[in-house]
Design a protein around this ligand. Structure first.
Ligand code: NAD
Length: 517
């Protein structure tokens, strides 16, 4: 029997009250919130709007204008003009001025921390402990890329004599107009991860937030104007993916797209971009694994894995959904993990003590319920069956956690589920665990849990994943790449490293020969 270590808990909500400034922003003087195009709030010519709701109680937070082809064209034009003016263009703006504007923007975000937290908590459905950590990424990411921008010069590289009388050198420059297509699960974090390296390397940006969570990007767009970014440098284009997003992907003047989202959508956009040579970086979903070796404490590790599995209720891209545990400790591990999952406090995300809130929308709810059933149909044994949960007085998309036991012969968890959902497979040894973990076509995040760090490191390096961890999971750090292998991402190293900064630039070779005529 397990004895729970109650100090290791899931991320938890403090009570969070709606700040007046957030309500004022959402109500926008009685008008729907427009996109931001060339520094101007724009209702859009399609006359189409959509409502963004709180997933925990289905209340409408704001009505938002959807941007169509005309607004995408206008935003691209505004961004191109802001970029390319030979004297005043963003491209020419000295790096010290760019850094000053970025840091002024960060200060304004910190002044309005409550509003941005409200966006994450009410629009994104997050508990405060996670939302606060996400908010801190704004400054951390900005400071990291300001430092990188000082260290990595653009323009001419060192010159070589490539032949008698012929000098050659590289020339590095921004792409010009770049777009960031953002998913709903980490809006502030992923908007920051996009805009700071893109702007500091000299590009003008289009931000396309997810239709479920447009508020933080729209608010950040307003703060960018207040900070003094020239009109057109930062544009925000809310709308559906297949409409607004598709128009962006089809626009030939958008030279680079940074996409974060699901593999299917990423593959579709890549095909669109390829038709006119737009480069694309893709950070996509995962089906994270954890290997627990026989020397690990099964109870402590089960609770730690439970915490990572339930980060943002399992709606985190690299979250652990597949656990391979040495059969010598499997019984204790399974008991402890079931106990952790079963005791998660399901509730409204802004009520104190909530650990598992509502999922983001009805499509996700149906996908998760279907995956729970499919896991049993494919041969998984339910330890916790999942299903719909009721929260008194709230009408959100609440679901119970689900946990299944499986065997090495049964592949019952093939795709990303995106909830507090995991399969546990007892294995004979580490090699078998590694082989099963690497069978997935995804490759975002994986971890090994053991007291023997050297052995853990040796195993972790053999994962076919972009992030390999020992005795931790879901870690990120600026300076280390965060990206996916397999269908989870590519090309390149990922985000948040020096290579990310250079990804927002293109490089050409220049050859200059003496004039011998
Ligand atoms: P999604 O792929 O459905 O949508 C992502 C974005 O793409 C949204 O803004 C959407 O409007 C847009 N989009 C949809 N169709 C489009 C089209 N035809 N053209 C242009 N844009 C289009 O993903 P989601 O459900 O919003 O987010 C969850 C997914 O994101 C999960 O798979 C998750 O793992 C992944 N994710 C990955 C990372 C990472 O860093 N690897 C981080 C967060 C989330």
């Amino acid at each position: 029997m397990s004895v729970a270590n109650s100090e290791i808990r899931s991320l938890t909500a403090k009570k969070f009250d709606c700040p007046q400034k957030f309500s004022d922003f959402c109500s926008n003087g009685g008008k729907p919130l427009g996109g931001i195009v060339g520094g101007v709030e724009t209702a859009g010519t399609m006359n189409a709007t959509f409502e963004t709701i709180d997933p925990g109680n289905h209340q409408v937070l704001a009505t938002v204008c959807e941007m169509g082809a005309a607004e995408v064209n206008k935003a691209v034009q505004a961004a191109h003009n802001a970029y390319s003016n030979p004297k005043t263009g963003w491209r020419q703006t000295p790096i010290e001025e760019k850094i000053a504007l970025v840091m002024k923007f960060v200060e304004l975000c910190e002044r309005d921390r409550d509003v941005l937290l409200a966006c994450e908590i009410f629009d994104g459905g997050k508990v405060s402990e996670l939302a606060e950590g996400d908010f801190d990424q704004i400054r951390a990411c900005a400071e990291y890329f300001c430092d990188v921008a000082k260290r990595i010069p653009l323009g001419d590289g060192p010159s070589l004599e490539v032949a008698p009388g012929v000098q050659g050198y590289s020339y590095r420059e921004p792409w010009g107009v770049v777009a960031g297509i953002i998913p709903w699960n980490y809006p502030i974090v992923l908007t920051s991860w996009f805009i700071f390296p893109a702007l500091l390397s000299g590009n003008c940006v289009l931000i396309k937030p997810a239709e479920d969570t447009p508020l933080s990007a729209l608010y950040m767009g307003k703060l960018a104007e207040e900070a003094g970014f020239p009109p057109g440098v930062i544009n925000v284009l809310p709308g559906r993916g297949e409409l607004t997003g598709q128009f962006i992907a089809e626009h030939p003047v958008v030279r680079y797209i940074s996409f974060t989202g699901s593999p299917g959508v990423g593959q579709h956009i890549l095909r669109t971009c390829d038709r006119h040579g737009t480069r694309m970086k893709r950070e996509m979903g995962g089906n994270g694994s954890a290997i627990v070796l026989a020397d690990a404490d099964p109870i402590e590790v089960a609770r730690k894995i439970g915490r990572y599995t339930n980060q943002h209720f399992g709606q985190t891209c690299c979250t652990i959904h597949r656990v391979f545990v040495d059969q010598k400790i499997a019984d204790d591990f399974i008991d402890a993990q079931r106990e952790f999952f079963a005791s998660l406090k399901i509730g409204y995300q802004a009520d104190a003590g909530t650990e598992l809130g509502a999922v983001i929308n009805s499509t996700q709810k149906e996908r998760i319920l279907s995956a729970q059933q499919q896991t049993v149909t494919r041969g998984g044994r339910a330890l916790l069956r999942g299903g719909v949960a009721e929260v008194t007085g709230r009408s959100g998309y609440y679901l119970k956690p689900a946990l299944f036991q499986t065997t090495p012969e049964v592949d019952c968890n093939p795709a990303e589920v995106f909830h507090a959902f995991a399969t546990i497979c007892p294995v004979s040894d580490a090699e078998q665990a590694l082989q099963l973990a690497n069978q997935s076509p995804y490759g975002l995040g994986a971890s090994v849990w053991t007291r023997d760090i050297e052995h853990g490191v040796a195993l972790a390096k053999q994962f076919r994943d972009g992030t390999c961890q020992i005795n931790c999971h879901n870690q990120i750090a600026y300076g280390l790449p965060y990206g996916g292998q397999g269908i989870s991402g590519g090309p390149g190293a990922g985000v948040n490293c020096e290579e990310t900064f250079t990804d927002y630039t293109q490089v050409k070779a220049v050859y200059a020969s003496q004039y011998d005529a």
